[in-house]
Write a protein that binds this ligand. Structure first.
Ligand code: UDP
Length: 327
């Protein structure tokens, strides 16, 4: 079976990707520093603990496992933190990715699937966000990801490295079998925080801003199920292995939901009240991020099947109640 190097394979999305890769007949080789990931989440292939800031550690993985491709998930990914500590984001995300890309180029591993973000688009009122939209990130997380996209384009031109860049919208849900799920410490994402508030693990969910220019005053996001998202990655990998050219794909459903709408759906799915506090805006948040593209469906044959809000919340709720990692 062909090896695929999965950086961040011990994290939320990376661990789901490893499961999907194994199901598709690949061996996912996880490389993770375990700063935000969990050893317990690595269940579908070998694990190497290492850091992308250490080039020698990356070279050793390429030499030992000779992967046919890289799937690069490892990153710091919190908008709020990136506004307070931009240096961390530029060092960890950009320098770490540059090391990885250079190591892949020297090992002649020329297929690269990259986890980018809709945060690279920034706040663009009344603009349909498709892959050709301008990128004006308004937080250091988005800037760091845009910079990595540029590095990949430059290496494509210089040495023929091919990349599939996925710009994710908001990823939610969990593996329906309960093998892996979402677990961040500290948690910063809307749906898991809301589920914590629902079952009393925290006092309340704070809504970050109720004065946005949206119908109910709260931010709008496009939520996509993590299992659908990683299915797209397997299709992207096959796209590259089939010899197709570098390409960018948005991964979102095209439907936007406000924070208040997510709260309403969570109440319906769990049959429990959601204690809320109306708080201030979080610096770096865009008003509305909704994908306006069907390129992944048309060109990759992506067919999301679990990305309705009730399904995502229900899968997240099941994991929340029954799944855990030893921490
Ligand atoms: N959000 C919120 N309260 C929280 C966490 C998030 O109101 O405790 C809002 C946040 O402002 C954004 C949306 O929920 O509008 C999604 O935020 P999340 O951090 O889950 O993902 P992001 O969009 O930052 O990638």
């Amino acid at each position: 079976m062909a090896n695929v190097l999965v950086t961040g394979g011990a994290g939320y999305i990376g661990s789901h990707a490893c499961k999907a890769l194994a199901a598709a007949g690949f061996t996912p080789v996880t490389f993770d520093n375990l700063i935000t990931g969990w050893r317990d989440a690595v269940k579908f292939g070998p694990f190497i603990q290492g850091d992308l800031l250490n080039r020698a550690e990356i070279d050793a993985v390429f030499a030992r496992h000779t992967p046919v491709a890289v799937m690069h998930f490892a990153a710091l990914s919190q908008v709020g933190e990136s506004m307070k500590h931009p240096g961390r984001y530029w060092r960890n995300n950009v320098q770490g990715s540059l090391n990885l890309i250079e190591a892949a180029a020297s090992a002649e591993c020329g297929n690269f699937v990259f986890s980018s973000t809709c945060a690279t688009y920034g706040d663009q009122d009344n603009v349909v966000l498709d892959e050709d939209s301008d990128q004006y990130p308004i937080n250091a997380y988005g800037s760091s990801k845009r910079a990595i996209e540029d590095i990949l384009r430059d290496f494509g031109a210089a040495c023929g490295m091919k990349s599939v860049i996925f710009r994710y919208f908001n990823v939610a849900g969990a593996d329906p079998d309960g093998d892996v799920g979402e677990f961040h410490k500290p948690e910063t994402h809307l749906i898991p925080l809301m589920l914590d508030a629902i079952d009393g693990k925290r006092d309340a969910l704070t809504i970050f801003g109720t004065d946005y220019d949206t119908p109910d005053g709260t931010c709008i996001r496009d939520y996509v199920h993590v299992c659908d998202l990683v299915d797209a990655h397997v299709l992207g990998l096959r796209w590259l292995l089939d010899g197709k050219p570098s390409r960018v794909f948005n991964l979102g459903t095209g439907s936007g939901f406000s924070v208040r709408e997510v709260i309403d759906h969570s109440r319906d799915v769990t049959n429990r009240a959601v204690p809320i506090i109306e708080g201030k805006r979080r610096p770096g948040d865009c008003t509305k991020l909704v994908s306006g593209s069907t390129r992944a469906v048309a060109e990759l044959g992506w067919a999301p099947s679990r990305s309705t809000l009730p399904q995502m919340i229900s899968d997240a709720w099941r994991w929340h109640q029954t799944g855990h990692y030893n921490t």
